[in-house]
Write a protein that binds this ligand. Sequence first.
Ligand code: FAD
Ligand code: SF4
Length: 339
Amino acid sequence: MMRLPWFEYRSPETVREAAKILAGEGPSALPIAGGTDLLPNMKRRHQLPATLVSLRKLKELKKVANGSGLTLGAGLTLSEVTNVAAVKEKHRGLYQAAMQVATPHLRNMGTLGGNLCLDTRCTYYNQNYEWRKAIDFCMKIEGSVCWVATASKRCLAVSSTDTAPALISLGAKVRLVSAEGEREVALASLYRNDGIEYLTRKHGEILTEIVLPENEGWKSTYWKLRRRGSFDFPILGVAAAVKTAQDGTVEDARLTLGAVSSHPLVIQVKDLLVGQKATDEIIGKAGDLAESRAKPMDNTDMDLRWRKRVVADFVGYAFRELRGDDMSAVRLRTARQSL
Ligand SMILES: Cc1cc2nc3c(=O)[nH]c(=O)nc-3n(C[C@H](O)[C@H](O)[C@H](O)COP(=O)(O)OP(=O)(O)OC[C@H]3O[C@@H](n4cnc5c(N)ncnc54)[C@H](O)[C@@H]3O)c2cc1C
Ligand code: SF4
């Protein structure tokens, strides 16, 4: 049995208090929300914070405000997010992504903010201490070599969050609060293509809310590839969103891939789609473009060449669904549930 290391536990009641504790304790303190990622990581000795600052009592992080756009508190559990009517009805891509994270139990504990800050993953890293010691560790922690690509100067661990690609395609921004002040940034810029320093979040910053813009005329979707439909981390996530005119002409389009890089990978599809009808040919080109940009590495489940090849297929499923095709049979095959 893997045991947790010793740590101090603080349980503040306001964001201000939590930010003050994080600032006072320095980098050895980490925020904890649902703990579904951080606690297993601590058991495997990936992360060894001296102090955990719990976010669970922070009422500000449970906000749901539905006005011209939609604001979601970072402390909402993924189950709570999927129960927000506006998410289900107007931000389908987020609903589908959140519904496919882990299992119902984990969605009842795991939060949206924790999902956005999820640690990057790798076969050589998500192992217990003894396993990692036997290979002399790796660059991400305690070692010096990357076993996925020994010549690589950086860690190539995979961004495995389901909701980040979905929210990026929805044009989301996030608010970060620290003892020094607060800032709002585009969600895409929260991430770095670096398996170790995968977030631009500064130490002591708490992600407090996710802000979605008004999305009149937009439709969105999320398709996930994983070994087991019941639960598994993504080995490919495809988040697409399209704004379409009455006659079917595409006015705007966004595409973000998950699990093919150390950050959610934004693919610029506007030049291909805007001003066009989403024909099979245009959708095929968007799929080919995404496939050429995706760089899956040999550090997660399934064969990497196959994972690269199916990118175009999954992008096709997403854009065909947004065009109005009935994709429910294909969806059932990949998700094993109707979404
Ligand atoms: C068996 C299993 C299967 C899983 N499958 C999936 C999956 O399919 N898809 C997927 O995306 N995830 C999956 N997860 C990971 C995890 O359950 C989810 O990502 C969950 O949403 C994490 O949220 P949390 O609140 O538990 O985060 P925590 O574990 O509490 O925190 C995760 C990280 O985020 C930081 N953090 C948390 N909240 C904030 C905040 N508000 N501000 C700043 N930093 C913060 C923490 O310091 C920590 O570094 C799985 C986990 C398990 C154990
Ligand atoms: S990608 Fe390389 S450095 Fe990063 S966790 Fe995997 S083996 Fe370690």
